[in-house]
Design a protein around this ligand. Structure first.
Ligand code: GTR
Length: 399
């Protein structure tokens, strides 16, 4: 006979702390073969590559190494932006493999009062470069047809960042992979060997992998700009961009600091807690974000051979900052805190202090060592308070 099994898939978030399953975190400092990792050398040659491989083959997908060429076209330079306080530069970065061409429009502000190379924050925007400022000279990013000029200025305190002596650069993440399912053909994937006719393999990269790739392409540019100090780039990402930032920072060690602003499930939050947004919820709503095989862990987080504290540990020994908001329960603040806390084991191996707080710190009270964390009042967002904390963190480690 034929048995048709109808197992109801739970695709609801959990907001009940008592329903968080009893879980055990995979050990950071024990190799797949059971070897204790006791030195930096063993971490870097044995354990770190193992962990990177798990995230690559089972979560974010493999980043292809296919060749492509890059060109930079400076579209505009305004040496007197922000009443003379900044230089504003726009450039189109084009990628080509001979057949396929894709481009990303980058907007950069550099402080005029600093002589020499400046440290800089890079973060994607969600709705186009023209949303981060009301300046009418800012060009629309690809795919952004309607004028949303200035819509997100609140999240981009450009003057504050400039006055502290940092540059800030942004690009729209849709330039790299338009954030909807079935947009693979238009994304940068075909540039790197993806054939739109072919079905996706279990470990194929998708949007988050592509967004992380784009962050590394921004870094490629910073290395060529004589006014930017590519050794002092802080990579910041909010929410889905925070997931991509952690993955980019894990793979690309050129980023000096990585900041996860409320990245939640698939970012800083521990998957095994299954609190707020779960693997089932996220892979159901966003089938185009992770590699296809990641959905095998939906309602099955116990079988994950890794968890997100290990993603953060891949950034060690570089400074990393994780931030939560108390009303952003969807992103599981406690799970974000615990990841940052447990990653400390690898920071200690390097002789640095991990997160100096054995408990969730009080609201609006950042705790900072080589790992930083805060939970602020309010909802899922990017606020001036968040930026002030990131600037202080950058002052501590990049000045
Ligand atoms: C939500 C998603 C989260 C987070 C958020 C955002 O819809 O479930 O994982 O990425 O969007 O990016 O703001």
């Amino acid at each position: 006979g034929i048995f048709i099994s109808m197992v109801a898939q739970r695709i609801e978030p959990n907001y009940d702390e008592s329903k968080v399953p009893v879980y055990e975190l995979p050990p950071l400092l024990v190799s797949a073969k059971g070897k204790q990792i006791k030195s930096i050398k063993q971490w870097e040659s044995i354990r770190r590559p193992e962990i990177l491989e798990m995230f690559s083959s089972q979560m974010f997908g493999k980043t292809p190494g296919s060749p492509f060429t890059t060109s930079y076209e400076v579209v505009s330079v305004d040496a007197n932006a922000l009443d003379g306080k900044a230089t504003c530069k726009q450039l189109r970065i084009s990628f080509s493999n001979g057949n396929t061409v894709r481009s990303m429009l980058m907007l950069i502000y550099l402080p005029n009062h600093i002589k020499g190379k400046v440290p800089l924050f890079f973060a994607y925007n969600f709705d186009g470069n023209q949303t981060v400022s009301t300046d009418s000279g800012i060009l629309f990013s690809n795919h952004t047809s309607e004028n949303k000029r200035g819509l997100k200025v609140r999240r981009w305190p450009i003057e504050m960042i400039i006055s502290k002596g940092y540059g800030v650069a942004t690009a729209c993440y849709h330039d790299i992979f338009y954030d909807e399912k079935d947009k693979h053909a238009e994304s940068i994937l075909p540039l790197l060997g993806y054939d739109p006719g072919q079905s996706l393999e279990g470990d194929s990269w998708q949007a988050i992998g592509a967004w992380a790739w784009g962050m590394s392409r921004a870094m490629d540019y910073f290395e060529t700009d004589s006014r930017i100090d590519a050794k002092r780039i802080a990579l910041m990402g909010h929410s889905r961009h925070g997931k991509a930032a952690l993955w980019a920072g894990a793979q690309d060690q050129r980023f000096a600091i990585v900041i996860s602003n409320e990245s939640g499930c698939g970012g800083a939050a521990l998957s095994k807690r299954a609190y707020g947004e779960t693997v089932a919820v996220i892979t159901n709503s966003f089938p185009h974000w992770f590699c296809p095989d990641f959905s095998r862990f939906a309602n099955n987080e116990q079988s994950l051979p890794f968890d997100q504290h290990e993603l953060i540990a891949l950034i060690a020994p570089r400074p990393v900052y994780v931030a939560s908001a108390v009303d952003d329960r969807w992103a599981d603040p406690k799970g974000e805190y615990l990841s940052a806390f447990h990653a400390g084991e690898v920071y200690r191996l390097y002789g640095y202090e991990g997160l100096p707080s054995e408990e969730m710190p009080a609201l609006n009270t950042p705790v900072i060592s080589r790992v930083g964390y805060h939970i602020r009042t309010g909802v899922h967002d990017v606020t001036d308070f968040d930026w002030q904390c990131y600037l202080n963190f950058a002052d501590k480690w990049m000045k």
